[in-house]
Unconditional design. Sequence first.
Length: 270
Amino acid sequence: MNNMFSLKSKVAVVTGALGKLGPIWIETLLEAQASVFALDLPDAPVSEEYRRLQSGFDETRLILYRTDVRDRSSLEAACGQCVEIFGIPTILVNNAGIDRPPSAAADGYLLEDIPLEENRQILEVNTLGVFLVSQVFGGRMATAGRGSIINIGSLYAGVSPDQRFYDHIPGDPPFLKPPAYGASKAAVINLTRYLATVWAPRGVRVNALSPGGVLGDQDEEFKRKFCSRVPMGRMAQAGDLRGPLLFLASSASSYVTGTELIVDGGYTAW
């Protein structure tokens, strides 16, 4: 059974490597013995979590390459470097995305006043970026006749954000979760099914992993409200996400494609 979950000799690509979830996926893949080609924006700061991984794994196992998921030519250059250094990728984790938590919002908006540009940027990165990365890296996987693509979705791909989670936050107008975020993630789920059906005959599996709320630096009132809505009574932690990713990346899920694995503590069961 242990061999079923082994990623020895596998080459994994992870976008959004320096974000909140990137290091969780990368550490999972590295510990399962894969080599990881990590991607993030040229100006993205290196997080403490990623530095910790760099201290434990040298460049024979982990490389950070700077690119933009919206730039096809840059992605093609990245893919060329990945193939040259590690080989053709076996696993792709489409993790790069834009969220707009309250701490990142300079202003609140009424729904009718939300700027189109803010929504456009979210859709470009979260949905079109997944498509472009899949074209470039997934195309190489399809040519090789094998691979697993894991698109990171969200709880909000299937349900709307409960705006009451944020109504204690001062602001006039009050904070609203951007409508494009859930819409972009819902599109990712449908894109997952599309890619899965097209590439299944060529040996590439495509699935989505949709986390619920992941514990971070949220304020205490938000956490209280959110956890009261979760049957398991808590937010997700890093350890809750590693097993599902490893399952989808490994041969343990060899007959699984076109599905969404929701890891939300039961939130969507109600």
